[in-house]
Write a protein that binds this ligand. Structure first.
Ligand SMILES: [Zn+2]
Length: 95
């Protein structure tokens, strides 16, 4: 039956499209997750600052969430200056 085989191939194509859409969705999700991970900062046991991973002071520390660091009362390191929208306040101080 020609009709049946056409219907079958259409259904198959639809499944392929669905698969592609799922892939795109996953890609978008991972990109979003990666962006959220950009909020990761490094904190140390004794320090009162949070750092970038590349900071020399972060070597003895561990990864933490920016929100967690803020909740602990930590402030952005002046050496590595971790990028954060919330630390924009410091830029208002004229030097
Ligand atoms: Zn630092």
């Amino acid at each position: 039956m020609l009709v049946q085989s056409v219907a079958f191939s259409l259904r198959r194509r639809r499944e392929e499209v669905k698969k592609i859409l799922h892939t795109l969705l996953f890609t978008a999700f991972f990109l979003l997750a990666a962006q959220l991970q950009a909020q990761t900062v490094f904190i140390t046991k004794t320090g009162s600052k949070y750092h970038k991973e590349s900071c020399r002071y972060a070597k003895t520390g561990w990864a933490s969430d920016l929100a967690v660091a803020k909740k602990r009362g930590l402030t952005a390191c002046l050496v590595c200056k971790p990028s954060s929208k919330e630390t924009g306040k410091a830029e208002l101080i004229p030097l």
